[in-house]
Design a protein around this ligand. Sequence first.
Ligand code: SF4
Length: 394
Amino acid sequence: MSTAPKLPPLSLYIHVPFCVKKCPYCDFHSTVEKQIPEDGYLATIKNELVHWRHKLCNDNRPLHSIFFGGGTPSILTGETIIQLLKEIRQLWQLTPQCEITLESNPESCHPQKIEQWLLAGVNRLSIGIQAFNQQRLDNLGRPHSLVEASKAIEYSQQGGFSNLNLDLIFATPSQTTAGWQDELAQAMSCQPKHLSCYSLTIEKETPFATLQQQGKITELSEDEQLELFTTTRQILESGGWHGYEISNFAKPGWECQHNINYWQSSDYIGVGPSAHGRLSQIDNNMITVARYVNRTRDYLEKQSSDGSSFSEERICSKRESGNDCLIMGLRLNEGMSRKTYRYLRGIDLVEQQPKAINELQKAGLLTVTKEKIALTNKGLLLSDGVIEKLIWVD
Ligand code: SF4
């Protein structure tokens, strides 16, 4: 007998759209300001938080996780983070284990700020190290040096952040496997609880895309990228950081709860310019999803007094919700929940795609249990192709 769907956990994402300089590969929304309009930003975010609390006045879910992302959240004063978390606590209850992450860049990761973040209640710090090699940092146009990166890690650990993530980028032009092995060894020697290793994608309309068109940089070949991806998994897994998601590795028990919420098709409110949100509604034993996208331009200038003009709402079709669940869920090592897919799509994936599932299982790319559908290690390397065979197209 199938059980009725329940609302998933609720998270909160806060976008901080300021950076000290724009990295040439980045397409996230952020601006470089001579003077950061911190007061205006704080007032607008508070306004938007109040708007969401009113909109969700009948929704008494506590916040499961909070994530300050960017941009560069560590560019803000520690006082602003204290104010924001105080406001959030006045509006929502937090679960006892609520994970509160702040993304930081090495150049703004100072002992005084670290103390204030901890005081504010931040309990997970993510540092954008990106490379343990000065030449690669220069090639990536990062605003920090290798020395600053090491200091930021030292300050954070000495300051009291035990839940530390280091962000790294690999598959950058002319990177070698030997060099990457050395960088991974340096990352592991810092003993972070979590490592995020993303492969570089050259995004349209970035300075990197222009350099590529001009022939000044070349993306690594697929084989080279695959070799670096496999090397990453082998080295980190053997060091005790298990790959619980395609690009994310953690010591057992230190997986990022906020991102797991995304991959498990749970709910989140997004505040700040360009932030996205997702909310479920239960209807007739099915889950309907509404998505929200915040304005990027003029976010600070065009605020309405009740915060209602921040985002556009769109109700997703069953096809979109099912496909999102599949694309996100298969990123996880444990796989996608068949039950969640069924509530979103209205049919079990195995019933919907029996032939494709059978073929992928026979090819050793997919495993199917009563609860989950997951990629095998071999399937992980060919994930795009596997997902393509399973997504629902009319
Ligand atoms: S610091 Fe981060 S968000 Fe800012 S431009 Fe660089 S990569 Fe993008």
